[in-house]
Design a protein around this ligand. Structure first.
Ligand code: LLP
Length: 438
């Protein structure tokens, strides 16, 4: 999908912009987003639904990367938006994202957040549990407003990368349990309520999934319950949301499917199940986060110090690390990188890339083959667009990097780099420090 390549000077370009210029202008570390890549992915998801001739919504799971500009882009691309906190909702509203296309998730939405969502009349709330349902009923009654909801169910399928496990029962903090009839009870409660309207059901089975079987199996599992609800409650959903989790390429070991493949197989499974049970085919909704922005993002670092342990390893340290990408430390996630200003030089040195936090676990890449580098060379780590900036922190009082969007030779900073002053902006001195004892 992406537009990144080396030019004749051996400089990496993304969106036809030489990234060494970006490093000079905006500093490092720097997150660079290839906007064309995001556009293409949104297009491919939508195209696949249109080919299957089914009503749909593609909701961008904003937890992967959210900011005002990203929400504007998602809107322009005709996407809906999955938000999972008041903060994401607030940012979407600030971006002017159409409220009717916002879906609100979370296993512990606060009453204030629910109130905000109801007041703003967002598209739907994905109801996760009885506590929240009760609050929502009270809020809508008090406000004399109505709200559409999906109920999140746990279908007992857990999918990750190449495998899925059908546990039958899921030990998860999210959603209503199917086996214990909790979901049935929730549906009955909603059907009997005047202000909370049941649009359909939602499930999310995992992340970084490389096969379609997990989704197909989930649809089949869900249909067992759907046909029971049709018989018992005369209820049929208008919407079936199968969540996100579509896998991307972090390294050459990963072989993701074309995005349309997941849609094709999932929709076909839903059609088949619906037809064989004499039910209508619902709208199919998905919620890709990683698959929308993951590969579009590249993080640029400046290389700094070098430590050589003879015969063992060479550590190259960069000017960022776990504060801008926690995924290697947290999930042992693997990334690949190139030296962005030395594309014409042979990859002759084996190094390991360390972050600069005071923590041994702050390693970004083990055993990377790159050209010989000197301090000041630029390292570009690919596929950092999802859960990178989104999970960034100020650990060690590091400053969050800037974010730039590039496309067709154009570059634009959409999030400024934090400054030292930002670190103490919310802080105050303690009034009981006694100057005499100091
Ligand atoms: N929908 C729901 C309800 C979710 O919980 C998630 C992710 C998504 C959609 C989007 O999943 P995606 O398409 O991005 O895989 N921090 C972790 C990922 C956590 C995902 C949580 N939920 C990571 O860096 O891998």
């Amino acid at each position: 999908y992406g537009t990144s390549r080396f030019n004749d000077y051996g400089h990496l370009t993304i969106g036809e912009v030489d990234v060494t210029h970006l490093a000079e202008k905006y500093g490092t570390p720097l997150y660079i987003y290839d906007v064309a890549d995001i556009r293409q992915r949104a297009h491919d998801f939508k195209k696949a639904f249109e080919t299957e001739n089914v009503s749909y919504q593609v909701a961008y799971a904003s937890k992967a990367f959210s900011c005002v500009a990203m929400f504007q882009l998602a809107d322009e691309l005709g996407l809906s938006l999955d938000v999972c906190s008041g903060g994401e909702l607030y940012t979407a509203l600030e971006a002017g994202f159409p409220v009717e296309r916002i879906h609100f998730h979370g296993n512990n939405k606060t009453p204030d957040e629910l109130e905000m969502a109801v007041e703003k009349q967002i598209g739907c709330i994905v109801v996760d549990n009885f506590t929240e349902l009760t609050w929502l009923m009270a809020i809508t009654e008090a406000n004399k407003q109505s709200v559409d909801v999906l109920i999140r169910i746990t279908p007992g399928v857990e999918a990750h990368t190449h495998e899925y496990i059908s546990t039958g029962q899921e030990d998860s903090k999210f959603g209503f349990d199917l086996n214990s009839q909790q979901a049935t009870k929730a549906i009955q409660m909603i059907m009997a309520h005047d202000h909370v309207k049941l649009l359909g059901v939602h499930s999310h089975i995992g992340s970084q999934i490389f096969k379609t079987e997990g989704f197909e199996h989930t649809v089949k599992e869900i249909y067992k319950s759907l046909s029971f609800w049709k018989e018992e409650l005369d209820y049929e959903p208008d919407v079936l949301n199968v969540g996100g989790g579509f896998g991307i390429r972090y390294s050459t070991h990963d072989e993701p499917l074309p995005l349309g493949k997941y849609i094709e197989k999932t929709v076909q499974a839903a059609k088949q199940e619906a037809d064989s049970r004499g039910m209508k085919v619902p709208e199919i909704w998905i919620e890709p986060g990683r698959a929308m922005v993951g590969e579009a993002g590249t993080t640029m670092y400046s290389i700094g110090s070098r430590k050589e342990i003879p015969t063992l390893r060479t550590y190259l340290s960069v000017d960022g690390g776990m504060t801008d990408n926690i995924r290697p430390a947290l999930y042992q996630a693997e990334y690949e990188a190139v030296v962005a200003n030395k594309g014409n030089e042979p990859e002759e040195e084996l190094v390991s890339i360390a972050g600069r936090c005071c923590e041994s676990g702050d390693m970004l890449i083990w055993d990377l083959k790159i050209p010989h580098t000197v301090p000041g060379d630029l390292l570009a780590v690919s596929s950092t667009g999802a859960y990178g900036y989104a999970m960034a922190s100020n650990y060690n009082r590091m400053l969050r990097p800037a974010v730039v969007f590039v496309e067709d030779g154009h570059h634009e900073c959409v999030i400024e780099r934090e400054q030292y002053e930002d670190l103490v902006r919310k802080e105050s001195r303690y009034s009981r420090i006694n100057p005499v004892l100091k």
